[in-house]
Ligand binder design. Sequence first.
Ligand SMILES: Cc1cc2nc3c(=O)[nH]c(=O)nc-3n(C[C@H](O)[C@H](O)[C@H](O)COP(=O)(O)OP(=O)(O)OC[C@H]3O[C@@H](n4cnc5c(N)ncnc54)[C@H](O)[C@@H]3O)c2cc1C
Length: 465
Amino acid sequence: MHIARVPGLDCVDLVAPGTAGLGTAFGVTDPALLCNTSVDVTSLKAQGPSDFLDYLAARGHSVGPDDFVPRSLVGQYCRERLSRALRQLQARGVEVRRIARHATGVTPAPDGHGYRVALRDGDTVTGTDIALCLGADELVLPPALRPFDGHPRLIDSPYPTERLRRLPEDARVLVLGSKLSAIDTALILCRVPGRRITLVSPSAVLPAVRTRLRRMPVTRLSEADWNSLDPQDPALDTRIARLLLKAVHGCAAPGAAPRAHVTGLAEELLRLETQLARDRTIPWQDVIAELIDGLNTHVRDWDPEQRDALLLRCKRLISRYISAIPLSNAQRLLSFLDSGQLTVASWSPEEIRPTADGWQVRLPDGGEERFSHVVAATGFRAPRLSVTDGGLRIGSGDGPVPDIGNDLRLRLAPSGPPERIWALGACAGSRYPIVNYLRASAQHAATVAAQLFPPVTASSGRTSS
Ligand SMILES: Cc1cc2nc3c(=O)[nH]c(=O)nc-3n(C[C@H](O)[C@H](O)[C@H](O)COP(=O)(O)OP(=O)(O)OC[C@H]3O[C@@H](n4cnc5c(N)ncnc54)[C@H](O)[C@@H]3O)c2cc1C
């Protein structure tokens, strides 16, 4: 979409093994699986009114900017917007090719003009400009489960969700994880009353509960606030906490004193936070979109070690708010907890052994439990990018990680020139703190499109990206 109007393009090659819009998050078909971001920020255009809201309104959906819609609608939106962008390119005479393959690396072309992208089957594609938009869909299987990869009673990812739906009506399921994909798993499995689901993780911390994640008309964290933060300051964490509290107080109703509730058993916290969200007394939620944009704009320039250390320290303070769940999902989870169908527990298995009819699991206290199935809902990561002798490797390799600039351009050597290779979305996670968010990918796409204009023309006169 962002390059559809860039002049001077000759050819656009889209290299991806699957269909755009049918990925892990937005390729789901189950209407119960909602976005945890409101329509306002779930847009392929990061600036101005929500393009996603326009898209939905034009098709008769009665939704507003605050609503959380089924993720399948985002997939449909992405597919239609891509088709429209490709038609616009073709109408201008730009050649468009879809190459349904897997890229494994990028190397500078031998003639010094542009790059060669290596494909898994041994072929190559060439281009003058390369945008790496590889997302984060590599599975992270916990070490205890790795020996059983491929076992018929081990579901290595909740997506696609058909495998969950096919489980027996009386299944007793152990779900490893307590974040968004574990919650998706519980929402799908608990629809059948006979099933019993246990969600476990060492922390058993569930995401917080919100009624919206959207941009707000008033800024609560000013440029001056961000600029006042010094990564070397020993009191940095306190300063950040104070700024956040000031911002949250600014969003609270007059006279209200919002309190953070960050401790307690998962179920107690969910109950409390669901009630607060029902009462609309969760002013923190109106700081989150601004906080994410602010972190991505201001903290990206910090020294990487200081930035990573800060984010690690602040994780407990902010991560469950950044990835909070919609109130409607929280209410459904509570009803499953109340009926006894769902349990959330804070342990991780000491040992998992397959048996004739399922799994025998040893708990840290020495106790044993039996489950019919195990689901790994332990998250996804971006493919590793690493520098090799001749260029860049995608997905494997133990070479150094390439440096990514604020402009998203990669450097293959620390003192080398920036390449015309850009890392977008999750690929830019070593530079941008919050990337697992469609809005971040949209912001990155706008950044890259701005740099492609005016375009660089190879000696062949052909510009391909
Ligand atoms: C379960 C889940 C729920 C989510 N919910 C939300 C939400 O509610 N709101 C929100 O804003 N964000 C959400 N996200 C994050 C969101 O999915 C991403 O931010 C968004 O999809 C990023 O878009 P992208 O195009 O950068 O990457 P992706 O959508 O991940 O697309 C990456 C593409 O690259 C392809 N690819 C990967 N490796 C290669 C390779 N080597 N060669 C060729 N192609 C390759 C993949 O097949 C895929 O087509 C969610 C993520 C998950 C996992």
